[in-house]
Structures are given as C-alpha cells and as structure tokens.
Design a protein around this ligand. Sequence first.
Ligand code: ACO
Length: 416
Amino acid sequence: MNTAKLILPEQEVELPIVVGSEFEKALDISKLRGTTGFITLDSGYGNTGSCKSAITFINGEKGILRYRGYPIEEIADKCSFLETAYLLIYGNLPNAEQKAAFQDNVTSHTLIHEDMKKFFEGYPSNAHPMAILASMFTSLSTFYPNNQDTDLDIVRLIAKAPTIAAFSYKKSVGQPFVYPRNDLEYASNFLQMMWAVPAQEYEVSPAVRDALNLLLILHADHEQNCSTSTVRMVGSSQANLFASMAAGVSALWGPLHGGANQKVIEMLQRIRDDGGDYKKYMAMAKDKDSGFRLMGFGHRVYKNFDPRARILEKAAGRVLSELGLSDPLLDIAKNLEEIALADEYFVERKLYPNVDFYSGIIYRAMGIPTEMFTVMFALGRLPGWIAQWKEMRDDPKGRIYRPRQVYVGATERHLD
Ligand code: ACO
C-alpha cells in the first residue's frame, strides 16, 4: 500500500506514503492545500518531516544515532573530528589522500583577517561568546562575499570557527590573542589558542585533546533539530553559508537547545550551594508552577537514553580521573539521574538525560568557562549545519521554506 486515504468533510483524498531507508513512514501532503484547501497544523513541528535527508538517522525509541549509516559509538571510538566532518559533509569517510588534503586545507585557513580583530575590541568584556560567534560568522561574509566556491567557504568556516571562539575567550579575560599553529591538529590547535600565553611554554594534554575530539564528534549532527532547521530555513532563501551558520548559532544559544549545557552546570551549582538537597529540586522539576525544569533531561526525539549521554557519562568519569580531578557536581548529577530514572513522573514521560547533562562536567574539567559551553557545542555542530545546508542547496527540487498558519486574529475591522 503506497497511499493513505484522508477523509475530509465532503471529500476524500489519497496521500502518497513515503518510506525512508530505515522504514520510517510519512504522508506526503505537499499537494494537500492545492487540492483540498486544507493545511496541517503541527505546533512545534513534532510530526512534520521538513525534508528528506541522507545525513543522520535517529531512532529515538531505541536510542540509536548514526552519521551516514555509521553508529555514533563506532565513530566516537575510531574517528577524528575532521574525518567526521568530512563524512557528514561529503557522504563518505575520506581515504588517506582526501583526509590529508582536507586536514591541510583546514590548517591553512585558520587565521582570521587582521581587520576582524578590531571587532573584538568593540565588545564589552562580559559579552556572551555566543553573541560574538554569531556576529563573527556573519562578518565572515563581508570578507568572503563572492559565494563562488562553496567548498572553500566550508573549509574557511571549519578552520576559522575555533580561532574566533578562542579569541572571544581571550577577549573576555583580557589576554592577548594567541594565533593558530599549523603544526597542531584541530583540537590541539584550539586548546593552545585558548590556554597559551606569550613567553610561556604550553603543552596540550592528550587527555584533554581526546576529550575535546570526542565532544566535538558527539555534537556534530543531530538531523532536523531547532538550530539545523533554522540553518535550512535561512539557507532556503539562498542566504550565504556564513549568514546561515550565524542563524544556527543564534538558535542554538537558547536554554531549551544548546544553551542547556550552561544551564545544567548552573543548576548543579545551585543545588550544591543550596546544601546538595537534590530531592528538593526533583520535587520542583515535577511541580509545573515552580518554573523549574531538570536541565539536561528530556528530548523531543529520544524517548530512551540519548546514546551521546551514555558515552559522555563514561567519559566524564574517565577524563576526571585522567586529569586527577574530582568534581562534586558529577556526584550530584549521578544522584539526580538515579532518582529521576526511578521516578514515576520521569518514567511516565520518558525523560532521560540528554547530551547536555554530562558534557558540562567534562568542559569544566577541561577548564572551559561555563559561558563558553554553548560555543563548544557550536564548534561541534558546525559540520552538521554545513552538511544539511549543502544537502538542501544541492537539491534541484529545493524550495524556499515557507510554512502556512491558521489565522486566529481579528476579522476585518475599520478605523472610525
Ligand atoms: N524537567 C521536568 N519536566 C520535563 C522536562 C524536564 N527537563 N522535560 C520535559 N518535561 C515534561 C513537560 O513538562 C511535559 O509534561 P506534561 O506532559 O505533564 O505537560 C512533558 O515532560 C513533555 O515535555 P515537552 O516540553 O512537551 O517536550 P518537548 O519535546 O516539547 O521538549 C525539551 C523537549 C525542550 C528538550 C524539554 O524536555 C526540556 O525543556 N528539557 C530541558 C532543557 C534541555 O535539557 N534541553 C536540551 C535538549 S538536547 C539539545 O537540544 C541539544
């Protein structure tokens, strides 16, 4: 059966059924309004497929995440972040030659134009680094306005994003900018731009480098989430790559999306400062009038463990012990998780820890300040946004994104 019947008042229509490669089923309603005058209403788009995509597969019921068919666990175990970026953007893992060429290309574009440094001077020192990142991404389009070589612009973005992120941190602490180093791989180069200071030796810790590589990979794509849909939405008007990515950064910033990683740590600190009574906060999370939610819990798609959270929970313990650190927030997080997973409210609503629940503990151990957490997420998500933007732009049938609405405002009225 490849059609479904929709019975409307006074008419019936056949809607084509579309089946994906993992047997997900969808009704194709693209001709619905033209033939019946009806539209669909789906607030928050929970039942709306906005596109066909061959990049990332999620089965939220089973807790499965795959990039281009490869399980996230295998990629996290065996790949570098740049290989993962290449896989997402170009569809296959690079062979040795492609890998070396991509890496060289990225390495040779890490500098930002010297004039861009002046922009950093204009921000107050307490400016949120997500605001700076979004502005700087848009600013890149003023330096590279031609849009003629998409692959080159892709490399520029991936190469310059860590430089911009590290410069925004240096600005916030009043230290001189540290330039990128071509002898270091991606994660190590970012770390030295963050932590090196003039006239002092800086050595990248392998434990921190590996943790960063893992975090970037786990954040690299997540199909049609809020920021990715925003990137597609903006890109669908044929806005340039840099402007589209800036829109993704803005969407990611919100506390219900990527901003949750900052909010999780702030929540855990609040619980610790309040005497560590996490049961009180559990009760607040269940009370709709409290305005408090358990940050880092729940997900629109996962109704089972977020596989990224599982990997990160283990990594958090490992990174802390490799660095010889202990963090009371990790204990509070584990306790919260334990009681939430056994609590009827959370069980009934299928609320599990998401990627943001443990990522902040690792960022803290790495020395990354809380305000930078969502910037770290953006660095990881960038290849995913680019891959989705490119897929949309390469689609010959691509159209501008333009949803409809059901108008419920005043009917026609007139001024006296
Ligand atoms: N704490 C307490 N209750 C929650 C939570 C939470 N973290 N999340 C959902 N609920 C409850 C809701 O109140 C609702 O209860 P109800 O059915 O009694 O009204 C039910 O669970 C369903 O929640 P919705 O808000 O309808 O789910 P939605 O899919 O719209 O939202 C979201 C998903 C935004 C992630 C939500 O779970 C949330 O706010 N979580 C906390 C923020 C967070 O961690 N965001 C990061 C998500 S991962 C990412 O974007 C990278």
